[in-house]
Design a protein around this ligand. Structure first.
Ligand SMILES: [Zn+2]
Length: 117
């Protein structure tokens, strides 16, 4: 069974509550009903709308563990967090990289004497 991500579910609820139905016959097709991102057809075609419940490969998990071991080695606090799908992983990985960059800058600043407070 497939499950929508919370964000996609919210879009789908919005679509259902809109309740106007298709207005393509009034001209200007495709109408806002048919092009709504919460439309079931749009969601079906969008992998990033669904939570992937398949087990991931041991090879992939080994790569993930390398990143975990790096953070442990540097004494960085972190939370292990499930990812919904490829798009979600990319966004979380970008956020993680952003935070590591920030931490790295803060550590450099500390080692250089830090801001005078
Ligand atoms: Zn329509």
């Amino acid at each position: 069974m497939k499950t929508l991500t919370p964000a996609a579910q919210a879009l789908h609820d919005e679509f259902k509550n809109e309740g106007r139905g298709c207005a393509c016959h009034l001209g200007g097709a495709p109408c806002s009903h048919c092009t709504h991102p919460g439309n079931p057809h749009a969601l079906e075609a969008d992998d990033s709308a669904w939570i992937n419940t398949n087990r991931v490969s041991p090879a992939h998990l080994r790569k993930v563990m390398e990143a975990v071991n790096e953070m442990v080695r540097f004494g960085i606090d972190f939370v292990p967090m499930p990812v919904y799908n490829d798009q979600d992983r990319k966004e979380l990985a970008d956020e993680s990289a952003r935070r590591l960059e920030l931490l790295s800058e803060a550590a450099e600043s500390r080692d250089a004497g830090g801001p005078q407070t």
